[in-house]
Design a protein around this ligand. Structure first.
Ligand code: ATP
Ligand SMILES: Nc1ccn([C@@H]2O[C@H](COP(=O)(O)O)[C@@H](O)[C@H]2O)c(=O)n1
Length: 219
């Protein structure tokens, strides 16, 4: 029988990480962990309660409820929609640069990956959270294509944001994530580069599944 592996998927905003990670996890019967949602949940708490929460994170519980679209619970409260708000998106890169926030969430994420059989996506998974992951992917796409894809989602949610604003927002967030001091967004040396600019979702999914199957046979 194939052994379980860990799959780390990193890359800039709207590259397709969560869409593809979720599908790969489903196909393999693995657990999908969206680490961006965890940073977003802490950011929501910061907005609601103020900066003191940064130093008292031990009381903060973030959990995922599987099924029903993978709900995100912050201290038992369902915040799945709220963490995608404009207010959270524009603040999350600042909050995720704090050392105490990273230490707390990275340790939580490492526990989730202990048993293997996870597909985890984020910005520092291959470099910091799961450096021993058997498969690492660095997913990217051109800023324009990423903004165009996100625009469709935003329109569906009733937002009136335009492509220029979205492109600027994506580029700004990437810059903050790539230039922060602690575990910035960078391709791990042993990660496979996957540019999805001209790929369909199915093609990107199959690309990863094929390498994953090989790795599973190897371990
Ligand atoms: N290869 C692709 N072709 C077309 N659309 C895609 C492709 N990959 C992803 N998408 C779409 O692009 C949008 C952004 O993808 P997704 O949310 O998965 O990105 P992400 O990297 O997880 O973003 P973030 O880090 O900001 O959460 C989604 O609407 C998704 O359906
Ligand atoms: N491993 C990670 C994951 C995310 N972040 C920060 O959270 C932001 C939101 O992530 P999304 O994937 O939901 O867009 C992201 O821009 C990073 O600032 C992180 O630092 N590390």
């Amino acid at each position: 029988m194939d052994k379980k592996i860990n799959i780390a998927i990193d890359g800039p905003a709207a590259a397709g990480k969560s869409t593809i990670s979720r599908r790969v996890a489903e196909k393999l019967g693995y657990i999908y962990i969206d680490t961006g949602a965890m940073y977003r949940a802490v950011t929501l708490l910061y907005i609601e309660k103020g900066k003191d929460i940064i130093d008292s994170l031990e009381d903060v519980e973030i959990t995922f409820k599987r099924g029903d679209g993978n709900r995100v619970l912050l201290n038992q409260r369902d915040v799945t929609e709220e963490i995608r708000s404009e207010a959270v998106t524009s603040k999350v890169s600042e909050i995720s640069s704090f050392e105490s926030v990273r230490n707390y969430l990275v340790s939580m994420q490492q526990k989730l990956g202990q048993e293997r059989g996870v597909v985890m996506d984020g910005r520092d998974i291959g470099t910091t959270v799961l450096p021993e992951a058997e498969l690492k992917i660095f997913m990217q796409a051109s800023p324009r294509v990423r903004a165009a894809r996100r625009l469709i989602e935003e329109k569906d949610r009733g937002s009136d944001i335009d492509i220029e604003q979205l492109t600027a927002q994506i580029i700004k967030r990437d810059e903050l994530d790539m230039n922060r001091e602690i575990s910035p967004l960078v391709k791990a040396e042993d990660a496979v580069l996957l540019d999805t600019t001209e790929m369909t979702i199915d093609e990107a999914e199959n690309f990863i599944l094929e390498i994953a199957q090989n790795k599973m046979g190897e371990v």
